[in-house]
Design a protein around this ligand. Structure first.
Ligand SMILES: *Cc1c(COP(=O)(O)O)cnc(C)c1O
Length: 584
C-alpha cells in the first residue's frame, strides 16, 4: 500500500508540473502565462491568483461592489491588464466555456462570482452583520422570482440570483451563530471545497480520483491511529453524514453475525435486537428502519441524570431480549450526545459487548473529535475496543459540510458486505493495485469527494492546530457554564460541568421566576425559549438551539464548535437572552 510519505510535498514526486508549491511560483507561472496566452488571459489568471493579497490589504473595500481598476490586476510587473468590457446583460451561459473564445468571458464571469463570495465571507465574520436576514417562507417566495423558466436567463440575472441567495442565507461563519453542531467557516477548508468542485470527480475508483483516494487512505489510517487501533489498521469510508455512518455500522454488524443476510434477506435471520441509550441520536432508529430490522427492535437503555447510558440497564435489557428470543447484535454507545453532550462509559459497555458477543459501535459523530485533544480524550477511554466508530469532522473540527467518517476495526468486512462487482467500474484486469478502487465498499455508486477539505485543513493546522481549536471551544463552554450556573434567573438542566461544549439551561424571566405554582411555572417556561429564539432570528443578532427532552420543558442547548467565537460572544449571548426575554 502507499507509503505515508506519498503525499508529502516535494520529495520523490519531482514531475515537471508539480512546481506550484513555493509561494513565488504562481506569480512566476502567471508571468510566463501572461506572455504566452493571447487576449490578456494570463493576466486575468494572474489577477485570480492574487485575490487573497488584495483582500488582505483592502479589507473595507471588500464590502463594496467588486471593481478591478485598469492596471490593478495584481501583476508585479507592468502589464496591460484591463478588465475586459464584458456586459453580462448581453451574455448567456452558452457564451462561456466550452464556447469558442469563451475563456475571457468565463474568467470574468467567475471572477465576478468569486468577488461576490469574498465579500460575503468577510461580511460573515463582522459582528455588526446580521447572522440572518429572516423572512417568512411566503414572504421570501414573493421577494424574488425563484420559478424555473423555459427561456434562458442572462448572466447578469445569474449573478443577481447568486446575490439574492446569499442575501437570505444564514451566515454560518458568524461568530455568534451557535445554532447547530456544525458551525464556522474555515478558510483553508473553503479553498479545498472550491478545489474539489473544480476537480469535479467521483471517489469510486483510483482511475478517476487518484489523489483523493490516496488522501482518504492516509487520513482514515491517521484517524484509526488516533482511535488507538494497532498501526492504524482497519478500514473505513467517508460517508454523507453521521446518520449514514451509523447505518453502515449497523449493516456491518448484521453482516458479521449473519453473512447470509446479504443474499437471502431478513427472512434468513432470527429476530435481531439493537441497543442504544435513550439520549442517542435518532439515526440509530432510522438505520434500523431502513435495514428492515424495525424501530421496535431498537431497545432504548436508561441514561443517568447527565445523559450517560447506565451499563447495568444495558446488561439487563440484553438478557431480557435474549429471553424473548431476540438475538442481540449491535450496541451503539454515544460519545457526545447531541443534546447533553454526554459520553457513555465505553469501557463498561465494551465489557458487556464482549460478554454477550455483540458488535460495539461508538457514535462519536459529535464527540469523536475530542480524541484529538490531550486534555479531553479520556472522555472516550475504551474507544479502541469498539468494532466501529462514527466521527464527523464537519462538526467539532469545522470542516465544511459534509465530512463524516466511519472507521471499522476489521479489515475486509466492508468490502465483503457491500461489494457487487459491477464489471463496468471495477474491472479485475486493471493495470494497478485494485485495493485502491474503494468504491465497492460503499452503498453508493458515485461518491462525493469529502476528503480534501479535511486533509488540507489538517495540513494547514497540523494535529496540534485542531487540538488547540477544539480545546478553545471547550474552554468557552466552561466559561459559559461558570457564568450562568449561579446567575439569577438561570437554571441548569443537569448538575455538574458539561463534558462537551453543550451547555443546557433554562432562562426564567423575572415574571415567572418567583411563581409559587410550579406546574404553571413549567407551562410558562416551556414557551420562553421559543419566543426568545424567534426574536433572535427577527433581530438577526445570534442563533442558539432549544428543545424539550423527556419530561423537561423547552430549554436552551448552547453548543460551541465555531472557532470564530470569543469570550465576548458568550457574554453577548447572555445579555441578548436577557434583553429579548426580560418581559416574558
Ligand atoms: C449529528 C449527529 C449524528 C448525525 O450526523 P449527520 O452528519 O448530521 O448525519 C449522529 N449522531 C450524533 C450523536 C450526532 O450528534
Amino acid at each position: 500500500m502507499a507509503s505515508h510519505g506519498f503525499w508529502s510535498l516535494g520529495g520523490d514526486n519531482a514531475g515537471t508540473n508539480t512546481g506550484s508549491q513555493s509561494p513565488s511560483t504562481p506569480r512566476a507561472w502567471c508571468q510566463a502565462a501572461a506572455q504566452k496566452l493571447s487576449g490578456g488571459i494570463g493576466s486575468k489568471l494572474c489577477a485570480l491568483l492574487n485575490v487573497g493579497e488584495v483582500e488582505k490589504t483592502a479589507d473595507p473595500a471588500a464590502k463594496q461592489p467588486p471593481q478591478t481598476a485598469a492596471g490593478s490586476c495584481g501583476c508585479n510587473k507592468p502589464c496591460t491588464c484591463t478588465k475586459p468590457d464584458v456586459v453580462f446583460s448581453d451574455l448567456y451561459s452558452t457564451d462561456l466555456l466550452p464556447a469558442l473564445d469563451g475563456d475571457t468571458k468565463t474568467m470574468t464571469f467567475l471572477q465576478e462570482v468569486v468577488d461576490l463570495l469574498l465579500a460575503y465571507i468577510v461580511e460573515s465574520f463582522d459582528r455588526e452583520t446580521k447572522v440572518i436576514d429572516f423572512h417568512y417562507p411566503n414572504e421570501l417566495l414573493q421577494l424574488n422570482n425563484w420559478e424555473l423558466q423555459d427561456e434562458p436567463a442572462t448572466l447578469d440575472d445569474i449573478l443577481i440570483s447568486c446575490r439574492a441567495t446569499l442575501k437570505y442565507a444564514i451566515k454560518t461563519a458568524h461568530p455568534r451563530y451557535f445554532n447547530q453542531l456544525s458551525t464556522g467557516l474555515d478558510m483553508v477548508g473553503l479553498a479545498a471545497d472550491w478545489l474539489t468542485s473544480t476537480a469535479n470527480t467521483n471517489m469510486f475508483t483510483y482511475e478517476v480520483a487518484p489523489v483523493f483516494v490516496l488522501l482518504e487512505y492516509v487520513t482514515l489510517k491517521k484517524m484509526r491511529e488516533i482511535i488507538g487501533w494497532p498501526d492504524g489498521r482497519g478500514d473505513g469510508i467517508f460517508s454523507p453524514g453521521g446518520a449514514i455512518s451509523n447505518m453502515y455500522a449497523m449493516l456491518l454488524a448484521r453482516f458479521k453475525m449473519f453473512p447470509e443476510v446479504k443474499e437471502k434477506g431478513m427472512s434468513s435471520v432470527p429476530r435481531l435486537a439493537a441497543f442504544t441509550s435513550e439520549h442517542s441520536h435518532f439515526s440509530i432508529k432510522k438505520g434500523a428502519a431502513a435495514l428492515g430490522i424495525g424501530t421496535e427492535s431498537v431497545i432504548c437503555i436508561k441514561a443517568d441524570e447527565c445523559g450517560k447510558l447506565i451499563p447495568a440497564d444495558l446488561e439487563r435489557r440484553i438478557l431480557e431480549a435474549k429471553q424473548k428470543g431476540f438475538v442481540p447484535f449491535f450496541v451503539s454507545a454515544t460519545a457526545g450526545t447531541t443534546v447533553y453532550g454526554a459520553f457513555d462509559p465505553l469501557i463498561a459497555i465494551s465489557d458487556i459487548c464482549r460478554k454477550y458477543n455483540v458488535w460495539m459501535h461508538v457514535d462519536g459523530a459529535w464527540g469523536g473529535s475530542l480524541l484529538m485533544s490531550g486534555r479531553h480524550r479520556w472522555k472516550l477511554d475504551g474507544v479502541e475496543r469498539a468494532n466501529s466508530v462514527t466521527w464527523n469532522p464537519h462538526k467539532m473540527m469545522s470542516v465544511p459540510l459534509q465530512c463524516s467518517a466511519l472507521l471499522v476495526r476489521e479489515e475486509g468486512l466492508m468490502q465483503n458486505c457491500n461489494q457487487m462487482h459491477a464489471c463496468y467500474l471495477f474491472q479485475q484486469d486493471k493495470h494497478y493495485d485494485l485495493s485502491y478502487d474503494t468504491g465497492d465498499k460503499a452503498l453508493q455508486c458515485g461518491r462525493h469527494v469529502d476528503i480534501f477539505k479535511l486533509w488540507l485543513m489538517w495540513r494547514a493546522k497540523g494535529t496540534i492546530g485542531f487540538e488547540a481549536q477544539i480545546d478553545k471551544c471547550l474552554e468557552l463552554s466552561e466559561y459559559l457554564y461558570n457564568k450562568i450556573k449561579d446567575r439569577e434567573g438561570y437554571q441548569m438542566v443537569f448538575d455538574g460541568k458539561p463534558q462537551h461544549t453543550n451547555v443546557c439551561f433554562w432562562y426564567l424571566p423575572p415574571g415567572i421566576r418567583y411563581m409559587e405554582d410550579k406546574e404553571e411555572q413549567k407551562k410558562r417556561l416551556h414557551k420562553v425559549a421559543p419566543v426568545i429564539k424567534a426574536r433572535m432570528m427577527e433581530y438577526g443578532t445570534t442563533m442558539v438551539s432549544y428543545q424539550p427532552q423527556g419530561d423537561k420543558v423547552n430549554f436552551f442547548r448552547m453548543v460551541i464548535s465555531n472557532p470564530a467565537a470569543t469570550f465576548e460572544d458568550i457574554d453577548f449571548l447572555i445579555e441578548e437572552i436577557e434583553r429579548l426575554g426580560h418581559d416574558l
